[in-house]
Design a protein around this ligand. Structure first.
Ligand code: LLP
Length: 421
């Protein structure tokens, strides 16, 4: 459920007409709903009721300061994957002891900055990384809390570009080598092993792969404890998928996912961390764009819009489907039309949908891409010198621009001219 619904014949974001926002900020833009962000966070939080837990929002999904503050106010922790994300989380007021640091390529500088600023734990992905964290911790005279990310070799049954838990993926250490690696970690004085981390992929639409991975983590917990390691925290990653269409085969709900966690890991009395990103932000955001032209091709109609692949890259990159709807509700019974929906960027890959059957629209009409809140604005670029599009946050009957559209001069003046020119 989200808060983008038709009312009085047009699309509303909570209690604000989307057309009103478009009139003020221009198109294209991203628009997020506070109520949906909050609702999704609470669904996870409540799903883990009865277990000691922390929901660490995977801020790679949408990392605007206003979104982070909204979630932090509910008690969210953050899962960060770069020094930049860590700095954003701190700037949004998230305390270091609620920030976990994941990712295969943490640099010594990033590790130093986070150890100085405060960190809940590093999710370590390799032995060379472990050595560097140890060295930096010793240099600073602190002890770094760590989990080791294990790769359980489980097929997440998702798009190949976002599966992470198979042995061919770059993530984690093979679970078969876990004992050795934990023994190595325990021998390093700058590290304190506190748990295990696993994340098998994103947009998972079934519980079975989670179950297989978590059962392996449960067995490993007992084995490592038997070897004398203190395993008190399990970070179970993110990955629960969202419905991108209104069809019936919706992915499992957070409450079912929470029950699976209780069933597979509850007996271990560990503190549980999860790192959902997409499910919190995905359906809490839309991208609004305007139709520039309807161009009749030989055998198809092209809907040319002012949004492009640089603004929302998911369809070009993952063949992802986003529902696309007119902002002005169609008259009931009107005949649907078929369009190829494309942006102005000079590549054929700048196609959002082919042969999409939807309510008819014409030049200057507004359309909305649903489910665009996660991996939308954060993956945008200025390709074709198209400035990054603004982000707007709605809260009840109010809205605020939370990142404005840069002027063309601002974009151009980031370049500097060498003295010989
Ligand atoms: N934790 C770790 C270690 C991750 O790598 C990810 C996502 C998450 C948590 C959050 O997963 P989520 O709950 O959002 O599924 N750009 C792609 C998705 C990439 C996901 C990368 N890692 C897309 O647009 O589909």
């Amino acid at each position: 459920m989200d808060h983008f619904l038709y009312r009085h014949g047009e699309l509303y974001a909570e209690d604000v007409a989307v057309s009103e926002i478009a009139a003020e900020v221009g198109t294209p833009f991203y628009c997020y709903s506070t109520a949906t962000l909050e609702r999704h966070f609470r669904l996870f939080d409540e799903a883990l009721d009865g277990m000691e837990h922390l929901v660490c929002y995977a801020m790679k999904a949408a990392s605007n300061q206003a979104i982070l503050k909204t979630l932090a106010a509910l008690g969210a922790g953050m899962d960060v994957v770069s020094g930049g994300e860590y700095a954003r989380a701190i700037a949004a007021g998230v305390p270091g002891d609620r920030i976990v640091f994941s990712g295969v390529g943490k640099t010594a500088d990033e590790i130093r900055a986070t150890l100085k600023g405060g960190i809940r734990q590093f999710n370590v992905e390799s032995e060379p990384e472990m050595e560097v964290i140890n060295a930096v911790a010793l240099e600073l005279g602190v002890v770094a809390p760590i989990t080791v990310r294990v790769n359980p070799d489980v097929d997440a049954k998702t798009h190949a570009k976002i599966a992470t838990g198979k042995s061919e993926n770059k993530f984690g250490i093979p679970i078969s080598r876990a004992k050795e690696v934990y023994a190595h970690a325990a021998s390093l004085p700058g590290l304190k092993v506190i748990g295990i981390d696993v994340h098998i992929g994103s947009q998972l639409t079934q519980l079975e792969p989670f179950k297989m991975a978590y059962e392996k983590v449960a067995a490993l917990t007992e084995e490592l404890r038997a070897e004398g390691h203190e395993i008190k925290r399990l970070d179970l990653g993110g990955g629960l998928g969202i419905p991108y269409t209104r069809s019936n085969d919706a992915p499992p709900l957070p409450v079912e996912y929470g029950q699976l966690i209780k069933d597979t890991l509850g007996h271990l009395n560990c503190e549980i961390e999860i790192e959902p990103g997409r499910l919190i932000a995905g359906n809490a955001g839309i991208m609004v764009s305007k139709v520039i032209y309807i161009k009749e091709g030989e055998d198809r109609s092209f809907m040319i819009i002012d949004g492009a692949m640089n603004d929302l890259i998911r369809p070009a990159m993952y063949e992802a489907h986003h529902d696309i709807i007119p902002v002005a509700e169609a008259t009931p019974g009107v005949e649907k039309q078929q369009y190829d929906i494309v942006g102005p960027v000079c590549e054929s890959g700048d196609t959002f949908a082919k042969e999409r059957v939807m309510d008819p629209v014409g030049a200057d009409d507004l359309i909305a891409f649903r489910s665009a809140g996660a991996y939308g604005a954060v993956m945008a670029s200025e390709y074709n010198s198209r400035p990054l599009i603004p982000e707007v946050l709605v809260h009840g009957d109010q809205f605020a621009v939370i990142r404005r559209r840069p002027t063309l001069d601002e974009m151009i003046n980031r370049d500097t001219i060498p003295e010989w020119l």
